[in-house]
Design a protein around this ligand. Structure first.
Ligand code: TAP
Length: 482
């Protein structure tokens, strides 16, 4: 039986309610595929109800003093910290994140993001513009209106804050759909929002199927903007569906992050950083360093350290404090990740580590061993397609020119990293990488103040920082005849 505190209904207009259809779907524990709780599944009628509630809430919420909106977000951040252990356990149970990561990263980052945008609410402002004599011109930054937000299952807790915090700080109302397989932490956040004083209707949380609730949010004529995180294929569908009412669209899509190790890098730091880049969260990260690009002079020395490190990662129950890597989030996804081992071998690639599910106690869960493959060419599928698991593709290069050709040789452009002690090379490569984010002698750093997003097939728009506030507002120019 689920713990009584696990919320499993839709959150509409400040209340937990069943879906109109009465439909539910069991969310599973990926450690052993046992059901955690049956969760209500939103349909079109529920989306309509949520939009109506958001419409009712919008006039008051959008005109509330920005500092008061901010205060609610600050209180929410405090509540997230106060309930941090419960949230961490819920996230680990539902997604498979190791509890040490949920405690150390997901929960504090979620609180930090709400706190950052709580502080931002009354600091994001318009401008006065010098125009012709006899006129005063100024701009207002107005909220967009009702915003649809659709997020995937890899970081459900953190994504509630990345998506909702700037939208709320700017005065928008929200209809959010978490992924159907990981709705639990988002529902708990909705409950904490009510406790923090968020008025009913400002945030509505609708677990449901992407093809039903997600698609309808994208199509809905009264939703002014859609912010989406997920696969590039679904991103395209969102763009098409949102054309009807010309929604503003923000897309955070897939990636195939190049992580480049030059011959002059600090090898130990690069080995450790590269393991973090790909294996954190079981590799289920859009910014994962999934293409490990090694200068041919140091490739062997690097792999001599990297492969034993990959093999030493402790897999186990995510609720065990000693676990370093948990299960993937679903059995279906585990099969997809493992299918890429065959793809690699079919292309003449070499399996250097992992490539299978562990046996024993973990056989019932969605586990995959840390997997390292060496590809023949950067044009191979394993070097081009997002695997989204603990699966890294090794490529080698001869010189900087070839490194750039390989690094920029995919349609994606999200996270990227490089390891070198040459300052000039570092900045030159950072400039030339086709990517939304570059980490130098590091990988996968995020902060609520630093813009996050991609280029090319990785999407458009930015989360975090002032850029996120621009995404969630529109400019009105006011002319005064003086
Ligand atoms: P998707 O299948 O695209 O699902 C993402 C979300 O979209 C889920 O909530 C899904 O609902 C929903 N959805 C599915 N079909 C839809 C439709 N026709 N209309 C509207 N919504 C729909 O992605 P995924 O496989 O779960 O997530 C992994 C992907 O997300 C990877 O490609 C990863 O790179 C990307 N990602 C990107 C970023 C950034 S910031 N760029 C961050 C994290 C992840 P259901 O799951 O309920 O079907």
């Amino acid at each position: 039986m689920p713990a009584p505190s696990i919320r499993h209904q839709l959150f509409i207009d400040g209340r937990f309610v069943d879906a109109e259809s009465g439909e539910t779907l069991a969310t599973l524990n990926p450690h052993d595929n046992t059901p955690i709780v049956d969760v209500a599944l939103a349909g079109k009628a529920d989306v309509d109800k949520a939009v109506a509630a958001a419409k009712r809430a919008f006039p008051k919420w959008s005109r509330m003093a920005a500092a008061d909106r901010g205060r609610i977000l600050l209180k929410l951040a405090d509540l997230i910290e106060a309930n941090g252990e419960e949230l961490a356990r819920l996230e680990s149970l539902d997604t498979g994140h190791p509890i040490r990561d949920s405690r150390r990263l997901d929960v504090p980052r979620t609180a930090a993001c709400f706190r950052y945008f709580g502080g931002m609410a009354d600091k994001f402002q318009g401008e006065t513009i010098p125009v012709e004599e006899g006129f005063l011109n100024y701009t207002l930054r107005e909220p967009v209106g009702i915003v649809g937000q659709v997020v995937p299952w890899n970081f459900p807790l953190m994504f509630t804050s990345w998506k909702m915090a700037p939208a709320l700080a700017a005065g928008n109302c929200i209809v959010m759909k978490p992924a159907e397989i990981t709705p639990l932490s988002s529902l708990r956040i909705a409950e904490l929002m009510a406790e923090a004083g968020l008025p009913p209707g400002v945030v509505n949380m609708l677990p449901g199927l992407g093809s039903v609730a997600g698609q309808y949010i994208a199509e809905h004529p009264e939703i002014a903007k859609i912010a989406f995180t997920g696969s590039t294929a679904t991103g395209r569908r969102i763009v098409q569906a949102s054309a009807g009412n010309l929604k503003k669209v923000q897309l955070e899509l897939g990636g195939k992050g190049p992580n480049i190790v030059f011959e002059d890098a600090n090898l130990q730091a690069a080995v450790n950083g590269s393991a973090w880049a790909i294996f954190h969260n079981q590799g289920q990260a859009c910014i994962a360093g999934s293409r490990l690009m090694l200068h041919e002079k140091i490739a062997d020395a690097f792999l001599e350290q990297f492969i034993p490190l990959a093999k030493s990662i402790r897999l186990g129950n995510p609720l065990d404090e000693n676990t370093e890597m948990g299960p993937l989030t679903s059995a279906q996804h585990r099969e997809r990740v493992l299918s890429y081992v065959e793809v690699a071998q079919g292309e003449g690639g070499e399996l250097l580590a992992g490539g299978k599910s562990p046996g024993g106690d973990l056989a019932k869960g969605c586990y995959v061993e840390p997997t390292v493959v060496r590809a023949k060419s950067y044009k191979d599928r394993v070097a081009q397609e997002e695997v989204f698991g603990p699966f890294v593709t090794v490529l080698t290069f001869k010189n900087d020119e070839e490194a750039m050709q390989i690094a920029n040789g995919t349609d994606y452009g999200l996270g990227s990293g490089l390891w070198t002690n040459n300052l000039q090379r570092a900045h030159k490569v950072a400039r030339d990488l086709h990517a939304g984010m570059v980490w130098i002698n590091s990988y996968k750093r995020v902060n609520p103040g630093s813009p996050f997003g991609g280029v090319g097939q990785s999407g458009y728009g930015r989360e975090m920082g002032f850029d996120a506030m621009r995404e969630y507002t529109q400019v009105k120019s006011v002319w005064v005849n003086v």
